[in-house]
Design a protein around this ligand. Sequence first.
Ligand code: FAD
Length: 471
Amino acid sequence: MSVERIVAVVGGGVAGIAAAVRAAEAGWRVELIETRTKLGGRATSFVDARSGLELDNCQHVVMGCCTNILDLYDRLGVLGEIDWHETLWFARGGGAMDRLAIAPVLPAPLHYAPSFLRMRLFSLAEKLAISRAFLAILRMGPKGRVRWQGRAFGDFLAELRQPTRVVELFWDPVVVSACNLPSAACEAAHALKVFDEGMLAHRFAGAVGVSRVPLARLYDATAEIVARTGGALHLRTSAKALAFDGTRITGVVCEDGVAPAHAVIAAVPPDRLSRLCSGTLRAADKRLANLERFGFSSILGVHLALRRRVLEVPNLALAGRATHWLFAHDAPEGADCVQRIEAVVSASDGWIGLSEDDIEARVAADIAWAVPGFTRADILWSRPVLERRATFASRPGIDAIRPRAAPEAGDLGGGVANLFLAGEWTDTGWPSTMEGAARSGYSAAAACVGGAAACSDLPVGSLVRLARGLA
Ligand SMILES: Cc1cc2nc3c(=O)[nH]c(=O)nc-3n(C[C@H](O)[C@H](O)[C@H](O)COP(=O)(O)OP(=O)(O)OC[C@H]3O[C@@H](n4cnc5c(N)ncnc54)[C@H](O)[C@@H]3O)c2cc1C
């Protein structure tokens, strides 16, 4: 007769959900503990009291290269809820736009070349400069990135002699959207990964996926998956501490007592984890040494309900403006508006302290720059949502303090054998993304219950391999 194994997963964000699903599939009883009333953590939605609509806390996008979060959506039965955009639009002001699109037949890394060459935002000299940098990224691949680890992506751009205008209008808008810091402040290895694996390596890598249902709905199947194991989803339940007997974790201390467990997967942000760990536990596990050293970066999402259809394209980058992206959505049934736009301002610390009215005015000015005829009178209502700790800050050197999911065996202080760490801030090599969170959850579950860790990346195109000298 097999003995029931219990794993307590603390935190019901994407990392915790990913860990819970994989542990449940491996036959462990899962107790998923989440302090809030719903799953999803930073990637969730809420019912807006003013409009009654279920709104995402901010527009979240996935990319084709995000194989683990897509695998998780598949396991949750919601992969079909993702709409794919193979064309990204770039505003040039006054209604003019460029498109960057995946060409139908060209193999990677040439698949963006025709539309890139047609872009009018950049001169021929600027396009040559961008291509030079892309070639360097392509040729270095993951191995060459190691040389840049611990330095700013801005250093790489300077070494490749990228003109200031190109940094402002091309590199920065992509880096700030993916890594939530501008090139000058961002870990080079993270930004290089975004361009290499997120654009060049595979034709579909750069396709952008947007959920057509509120984010919180994507996780609905989790409760049932966990229940099948004999475990449960415990919403509105805060972990107060990890119970530690000096050698092993024995469970999770909650308001109403200790939830016993054979293993714990902690899937909360580093500052939250710090509060759950006693001094003795921290001394026993060096993965917990740097929890206070993480910085954070904010994101502002602004929901706009419009009286008329303003955007004719589904997405629009506002290169060089304070508002970085606009995503257009059809108005939900019964809504009082004709179109909804979600505006995204990454690395938005400069917006902290602004009134809702000021925020609306600034975003409206950026939309008016891109869309002639747009005025604030087109806005029926707006709802800004500022997340101060939206992502961990991808500062140069950050990867050196990101802990592994599993303890290091045999190493004194190397770790508590039955404590596993998840969360997008752990050692995934990815910037703060849902993909990083899903990978971390999968890795923690694999270390705890056995089985495969992260899913394979998209296969690298043969021309890409040739450029790297691998073919
Ligand atoms: C505004 C915004 C926009 C973003 N845009 C994108 C995007 O477009 N694409 C993308 O890939 N990523 C995006 N991200 C980043 C992405 O949301 C995060 O990287 C990812 O969701 C982190 O998941 P996580 O599970 O590691 O952490 P979290 O989502 O923070 O989950 C941790 C969970 O633990 C719970 N918790 C904390 N303490 C306790 C406790 N003591 N007891 C029980 N539960 C506890 C929390 O309530 C939370 O649910 C964005 C983030 C924000 C905020």
